[in-house]
Design a protein around this ligand. Structure first.
Ligand code: G3P
Ligand code: CA
Length: 243
């Protein structure tokens, strides 16, 4: 069976490494993934910080909001130890460090950067991220995503060619409206919604998350979806080969 579905590593190889760290991204590349997904925030000194949550509490040995700390403070935190003692001493990466890693690996896959602007507002982050990528050369395909439609609209106003995808936790209806508006053609919904709502079957570039079980992976592969976003890229690569 020919399957074109790409495998995007969610926060790197999140299932086997501390999420959103360079170790996790390198493992995903070594696993043979076709893409990497990650999340970006602003620190107090407006540096691009790679982390999922708005606070450092869950994934590091520190506490508090990212935007209340400078990069130097954030760099002192341990982003590996909560996952396992084995990864003690792992630091929080900046966006530039992740991009450098991808460049060093000559990574030609998808780099899906989620602007984490749905809970905390980071004024100017869309423009700053856009300018950063405009100032460098990179081998990968950049896809911006966000749960915040306004962030995607800002990007659209800066550059209508900026490749954008809307994230959905729920609300298939909202997806329909956005599709009609032609603002975005790419959808990254929760896999549970994809399975419940026939609407998603008509979406051209569907990349659901978080596709971790064998059953869900097979579901997406059989429908030849554009991609899956998974915590287990190695497992997904193997399953795709076996199908
Ligand atoms: O990009 C898909 C997925 O990352 C969205 O949810 O909460 O893991 O950032 P979350
Ligand atoms: Ca994300």
């Amino acid at each position: 069976m020919k399957i074109d579905t790409k495998i995007i590593a969610h926060r790197g190889s999140k299932g086997t490494r501390p999420e959103n760290t360079l170790i996790s991204f390198q493992a995903a590349i070594d696993d043979g993934c076709d893409g990497i997904e990650t999340d970006v925030h602003f620190s107090k000194d407006r540096q691009f910080i790679i982390m999922h949550d708005e606070t450092v509490d869950r994934t590091t040995n520190g506490s508090g909001l990212i935007y209340e700390k400078n990069l130097a403070e954030l760099k002192h935190l341990d982003a590996g130890i909560r996952f396992s003692e084995e990864f003690k001493g792992t630091t929080i990466p900046t966006l530039q460090e992740v991009v450098n890693l991808l460049i060093q690996n000559n990574f030609h896959g998808i780099f899906n950067l989620e602007l984490k602007t749905n809970k905390v507002q980071y004024p100017g982050i869309e423009q700053a991220v856009y300018e950063y990528f405009a100032s460098i050369q990179y081998p990968f395909q950049l896809i911006y995503s966000s749960f915040n439609a306004h962030s995607l609209e800002i990007l659209n106003n800066i550059d209508p060619q900026a490749y954008r995808a809307k994230l959905f936790k729920t609300a298939a209806k909202q997806a329909k409206t956005l599709k009609k508006s032609k603002l975005i053609e790419d959808f990254h919904p929760d896999i549970r919604w994809v399975k419940r709502h026939p609407f998603f079957a008509s979406v051209k570039h569907l990349r659901p998350w978080t596709v971790n079980s064998t059953e869900d992976m097979q579901y997406c592969f059989k429908r030849n979806m554009a991609a899956i976003i998974t915590d287990y890229p190695a497992r997904a690569v193997q399953l795709r080969e076996e199908m």
